[in-house]
Structures are given as C-alpha cells and as structure tokens.
Design a protein around this ligand. Structure first.
Ligand code: G3P
Length: 209
C-alpha cells in the first residue's frame, strides 16, 4: 500500500507563498501530501495533494475570520489537519470539524498529543489519527526512535490508519512505521525549515521503502 507522507509547511517562510508552491511540487514528485496555509492552497493545489492545516466549524455566513471547510475545498484542498499541537482544540471541537469535512467528502486527519487523547478522539472516526508528541516536535530525535514500541502500540489501540509525527526525518523512521503497521508519517522541519535541499531530504525519507 502507498504510504501516507504529509509534509506540514506550518508557517515557515520556506513554506509560504511562492516558496510553498515550489516545495509542494517537489513533495508531490515523491507522492507526499502537503499541509499548507489557507492563503497558499489555491497556489499549491494544481501541483500537489493539498490539505489545510486547520479548519473551523462554521459554514457560509457572517463569521469573520473563519476558515471554512467549503472555502478550502473550493480552493483545492482535499482535507485538513485538525487539532495540531500548535492549533489545539477541545474534543468536541474536533468532532464538529471531522463531521463537517465528512459532509463535504473531505479527508480528516486528527492530531493527538498522546495515546490517551488519540483513543478518545477515535470516537469521531476520522480518516487518519496522527500521534505527535509535542516535546519532540521540531527536534532531531523522532517519536519512533525516542519511544520504542510506540508504533505497534498505536496501531494496536487505534487501528491501521495511524500516522506518526514529531522529529521524523529518516528513511529508517518511515520504514519502521510502515513495517509495524502504521499508514505513514507526518513531518515538517526536516523538509521545510532545516534543509536547503528538500529534494535530497525527501529522497532519503523514501530511500528504504
Ligand atoms: O505536523 C508535523 C509536525 O508537527 C512535526 O514537526 O518538525 O518535528 O517534523 P517536525
């Protein structure tokens, strides 16, 4: 099965505007999806499979500042991250967003900061549950290395549609995640902000599968 690799551009300068467009093209050549800022969805969607980084629950109407599921869909996104560690929400807020995305036939990727939370959020039946330990985000040691056994445990508790994120960068990480039954990984800094050569970083990431 094709691995799910999501490159989250966050609000990094290297992942904003025209740089986001170019980077989304590179990611797409490897089959990776990209999660971009709402203002960059329309720019990146012709070149890649694009996700929003966040959505709100409101529909059309007088909701100044809201990021509508309908709007990101119109712009070309196929779905969205929900409850990223850098854009947290309550369980109920997660539930309403998963439902809204489902109504629109879009993909929901719900992030959780630990296994307990992930197990709770499973009740909303998102397409993917992404486990990211906040203390490892942006670091050089991956969740997979730092927490031996976590992939198997996550797959056992949450099912096969699990993604692992935080500190992920290597081909060994991706291979281990897949070998142990996860659907893939979510990563950011290794591709977006810590390298001048995202192509090589992606080549390394995909080198062992
Ligand atoms: O959403 C992915 C992200 O939070 C992981 O970030 O920089 O540790 O790969 P990073």
């Amino acid at each position: 099965m094709k691995p799910i690799v999501i490159v989250n551009f966050k609000a990094y300068e290297q992942g904003t505007g025209e740089k986001a467009q170019r980077l989304s093209q590179i990611c797409s050549e490897f089959g990776a999806w990209v999660a971009v800022q709402p203002t960059d969805i329309r720019l990146c969607a012709p070149h890649a499979t694009v996700l929003g980084q966040h959505v709100d629950a409101e529909g059309f109407g007088a909701h100044t500042g809201s990021v509508l599921c309908e709007a990101i869909k119109q712009a070309g996104a196929v779905g969205s991250l929900i409850n990223h560690a850098e854009k947290k929400m309550t369980d109920e807020e997660v539930g309403t967003r998963v439902l809204r995305l489902k109504e629109l036939g879009m993909t929901s990727i719900v992030c959780a900061e630990n296994l307990d939370r992930a197990q709770r959020l499973k009740q909303y039946n998102p397409d993917y549950l992404a486990l990211e330990l906040p203390e490892l985000i942006g670091g050089d040691i991956s969740i997979i290395t730092a927490q031996p056994g976590i992939v198997k445990q996550a797959v056992e508790l949450l099912g096969k549609n699990v993604l692992l994120g935080a500190g992920v960068s290597s081909g060994a990480d991706l291979k281990q995640a897949l070998d142990e039954g996860a659907a893939g990984v979510l990563l950011a800094s290794a591709i977006v902000s810590k390298t001048d050569d995202p192509q090589s970083a992606l080549r390394e990431l995909y080198s062992k599968i």
